[in-house]
Ligand binder design. Structure first.
Ligand code: TNX
Length: 511
């Protein structure tokens, strides 16, 4: 009788848990391979997070996972160094074929195992595990379980190595905690590059020792005339470290030769006429230019890039190059051709907006395509000659476009971008004639002319950011709007739990 009683008690919560479990494939971005099988795993107060033998580099990921799960579950979830059973196990002895970012997640009654070849893969596996748990796991106070993970195996590797998001901190300044929050949100969707648009006409947002007025004066306002702001070197490094802890690489951008009014206002010498213009708080583009014939310009560029490169462990320096409407075309070419080698000498890879292909991209350069037509001859020719591409077509990937004519935030120069538009394109074929092998990945830029708060960021990024993230991660063969919208709808309660104020698109069918 005692045995029967035990069985009944054990069966009751297991049944409830089976009903509640998120289907194994209900994840954004959708995994490359999903094989549901067997019974689910349910966390208990005794569950441990094990770092497997010879997997010491998994420890920070294990601590991060424990930090995610403890508040809502109320469980201790100790991180332990050896296999103790009944656990979530992180192992770094995964198949080499999983590459730098892939993972395999296996779930069954005995536990959940995440295996990868590299820590980044474990981290991405943890994001999948997180999405397989009920949305309440995101809350910061204790919730009712059960905390159940469907049984089966997920094997997952990214389609592209470059999966980016850009935040414009120049038009409106965003603080370190605001940027860190966005980083956390990006990590949930396996985004691995954070492009920071650090300089523009309206503000210079990073301290440069040799040119202190760039930040102190050039950073002192923003669109609309607010107080602006800038990152000290220590604060920028804090962002870089925080991003690294979430396996994102920071891509700093210094936009040149246009979009430079804040610099020109700070140092009169940088102007061809030697006169500093006033600071600018409007939203026009294309009126400013560094002075291409002057030598001081290149001393300035070299010093600024040297200081930023020294703070940036990642391989990229983004040098802008867009909308140089006030730079003579010949001057533009000579400027871009002269500054690219500076980046190379600093040991970094050049990224530029795709107008870089109007000049001569250096070997290894990356062009970020933001056009809408997909037929730019110069970009295609450069791609055929070896320039790599990051795809950010404005009519699909720009998070600052309005969703529809009544959107309270955003611009509409590239049209309205509903969720289905954000999802409905293929990075490999969008730029017609460019070899698919030239495409390194995708990026979702968020320009900040119309936004100044965290809620504004979230409203424009959600739900479009996850759409772009899926295009970057999931195999082309999985691309399917009906599947995406169901999986996206399931994210809504998670965003509610995270305090993310998202756009409730009528296309999605939220629960
Ligand atoms: C174009 S896209 C710009 C930005 C604006 C954006 C607004 C690009 C490289 N330049 O200066 O902020 O449109 O959507």
């Amino acid at each position: 009788a005692a045995g029967t009683g035990t069985a009944v008690q054990a069966a009751a919560p297991a049944t409830a848990a089976t009903v509640a479990a998120t289907p194994l494939g209900q994840v954004v971005p959708v995994p490359a391979s999903v094989r549901p099988h067997g019974a689910p795993f349910t966390l208990t107060p005794a569950t441990r997070i094990d770092v497997a033998a010879r997997s010491r580099a998994a420890r920070p990921v294990a601590d991060y996972l424990a930090g995610l799960l403890r508040p809502a579950t109320g469980y201790r979830l100790p991180v332990t160094a050896a296999r103790t059973g009944g656990a979530i196990v992180l192992r770094l002895d995964g198949d080499r074929a999983l590459g730098d970012e892939g993972y395999r997640l296996t779930s069954g009654p005995g536990g959940v195992e995440i295996r990868a070849a590299r820590p980044a893969g474990l981290f991405h596996g943890v994001q999948t595990l997180r999405q397989l748990l009920p949305a309440g796991v995101e809350r910061h106070v204790r919730q009712h379980g059960p905390w159940t993970v469907a049984g089966g195996t997920i094997t997952d590797v990214p389609r592209y190595s470059y999966r980016g998001a850009m935040l414009d901190v120049a038009r409106h300044f965003f603080t370190v905690p605001q940027v860190e929050r966005y980083i956390d949100e990006l990590a949930l969707y396996k985004v691995n590059r954070l492009h920071l648009h650090l300089t523009d006409d309206q503000g210079w947002r990073i301290a440069v020792s040799a040119y202190p007025r760039l930040a102190s004066y050039g950073g002192s306002t923003e669109v609309g005339g607010g107080p602006g702001g800038y990152y000290t070197k220590a604060q920028y490094q804090q962002i870089v470290r925080y991003a690294a802890s979430r396996f994102l690489t920071v891509v700093p951008e210094v936009d040149m030769p246009a979009h430079t009014n804040a610099a020109l206002a700070s140092y009169a010498d940088l102007n061809c006429n030697g006169v500093a213009p006033p600071l600018y708080t409007g939203t026009k583009v294309g009126f400013s230019s560094l002075c291409v014939p002057k030598d001081v310009t290149y001393r300035f560029v070299a010093q600024v890039l040297r200081e930023i490169a020294a703070l940036t462990p990642g391989p990229y320096l983004h040098i802008g190059g867009d909308e140089a409407h006030s730079t003579k075309p010949a001057d533009y070419v000579s400027f871009m051709d002269r500054i690219q080698p500076i980046v190379g000498k600093l040991g970094k890879t050049v990224i530029g907006w795709h107008q870089l292909t109007d000049a001569h991209p250096v070997r290894g350069a990356i062009a970020q395509y933001w056009g809408t037509a997909g037929n730019e001859a110069k970009v295609v020719a450069a791609a055929k000659a070896g320039t790599k591409l990051v795809m950010s077509p404005a009519n699909h990937a720009y998070l600052d476009m309005k969703y529809n004519p009544s959107s309270p935030l955003g611009l509409n120069w590239a049209g309205y971008v509903e969720v289905k538009d954000a999802y409905g394109w293929d990075p490999a074929t969008f730029l017609r004639g460019a070899p698919a092998s030239a495409v390194l990945g995708v990026e979702a830029p968020l320009w900040s002319e119309t936004i100044s708060t965290e809620d504004h960021i979230n409203y424009l990024a959600f739900p479009r950011l996850p759409a772009i993230a899926e295009l970057g991660w999931s195999p082309a063969a999985t691309h399917n709007w009906e599947s995406f919208r169901v999986r996206l709808a399931a994210q809504g309660p998670r965003w509610d739990a995270l305090g993310i104020d998202y756009y409730r698109s009528p296309q999605v069918g939220w629960p």
